[in-house]
Design a protein around this ligand. Structure first.
Ligand SMILES: Nc1ncnc2c1ncn2[C@@H]1O[C@H](COP(=O)(O)OP(=O)(O)OP(=O)(O)O)[C@@H](O)[C@H]1O
Length: 135
């Protein structure tokens, strides 16, 4: 279960900075408590470093950034679904809870497959060239 920030206010945000702080609190919580999110952050940093190293084209950068954002957004949505299901169902087995969580995990899996396909499209030719050069 994720831990909320200690701020106990439940009324509407009074100004933009308050809304921004709460949004950042949410991102901080998911980064601190979700191992998958941290692993994806590390993978994103490696992909960005590889993009730099191989000096990929602007189009390739767009593909990589969209792929990275896609995975982060789906992982965030999956975490929200898990938290909501746990809030409603609690520590009990419920076949609908299982279905909902499995579908949310399936959505992350699809996003990850799309991201991997983008990675193979961008880096595949470089890796192929390296392998050819090594022979
Ligand atoms: N209340 C429940 N009733 C039935 N099945 C559940 C319930 N909670 C979780 N499950 C099953 O256990 C799996 C893991 O659920 P859990 O909430 O622990 O996700 P998780 O392992 O933290 O996922 P992630 O790795 O994406 O964070 C779910 O995909 C689902 O199949």
């Amino acid at each position: 279960m994720l831990m909320a920030s200690p701020d106990k206010r439940i009324r509407k945000n009074r100004h933009f900075y308050q809304a921004l702080k709460h949004a950042l609190d949410g991102l901080k919580a998911v980064t601190r408590h979700e191992g998958n999110f941290r692993r994806e952050l590390l993978a994103a940093l490696i992909v960005i470093a590889a993009g730099w190293g191989f000096n990929v084209t602007r189009f390739d950068w767009v593909l990589l950034v969209v792929a990275i954002c896609l995975v982060f957004l789906f992982e965030l949505a999956n975490t929200i679904v898990e938290e909501l299901v746990d809030l409603v169902v609690g520590p009990h087995y419920d076949p609908r809870a299982k279905l909902i969580k499995d579908m949310a995990a399936g959505a992350v899996l699809l996003a990850a497959i799309i991201a991997i396909a983008c990675g193979v499209y961008v880096f595949g030719p470089f890796v192929w060239q390296l392998l050819q050069g090594g022979r």
